[in-house]
Design a protein around this ligand. Sequence first.
Ligand code: SF4
Length: 326
Amino acid sequence: MRQIAYQRAGSVDEAVQAAAQPEAAFLAGGTSLVDLMKLEVLNPARVVDVTRLDLSRIEPRADGIRLGATATNSAVAAHPEVKRRFPALSQALLSGASPQLRNVATVAGNLMQRTRCAYYRDLATRCNKRSPGAGCDAIEGWTRMHAILGGSEQCIALHPSDMCVALAALEATIHVRGQRGERDIPFGDFHLLPGDHPEREFALEPGELVTWVFVPATAAAARSRYVKVRDRISYAFALASCATALEVANGRIRVARMALGGVGTKPWRSLEAERMLVGATPRAETFRRAADVALRDARPRRDNAFKVELAKRTMIRALTLSAEGA
Ligand code: SF4
């Protein structure tokens, strides 16, 4: 039997100090970590429980909203200010997991949830993310649920979160506290591409704790939308999804933000597609051209070529809804 040290942190400083020890992991809702510990995919020597810290507040401000790291996915999705000013975020959260999971899963846990790659979760297979340098059985294996954007020869694991796709499009910022103080990480820099080191997933120093996420309020954010396509209507990961935020004035797109889910090794933003949209008339042909650009570098594998067109259509649908403000 493996010994696991358990420590309940009484303050943020205490949590950061405890997590600076080797092989430590923070525990909040536990919906991902405990699952992977049972499978022996993650084997922390120390678990630092942060559920009692004062980090669960949701604080609307004039310039945006601050989401505490341990605010539950349910609480964020149901918050009236989130629904009114950041509808894509509420929609994305409600499209993920089940009500039971959303009631305990947290903002920071969602940010740091691990891939659902079946090979990653199966100790009988080779996986570079689980065991660096071991190889990747997914690349020549069953790839229907793998990434078509952002992969490398070492890993093609899909990023699973819905919430993160919305936060990418809304240009959120992640606030963290570590041994060397506090800092903000722009959302687009938080998740790392696999490259040659798929075991490195987040731009965090050892022991750094996510304390809150800030989402800026904009006119585009208030018209944001999230569209998710999946195998069944509930409790399924995205085959393709898209969060969009558009501001339209005098019949032209003034601001465009978009991010794709279900297709990338991280929440996938195409700045080129966003630039194309600015100044254009919001109509189907414009959206199709932007979608073609966003998926131009897609590299499908044996079982997931269908995702290229599916992601384009999902993006067109989300852009159409954002433009209509529907
Ligand atoms: Fe592991 Fe990534 Fe390969 Fe999946 S795709 S088996 S997570 S290395």
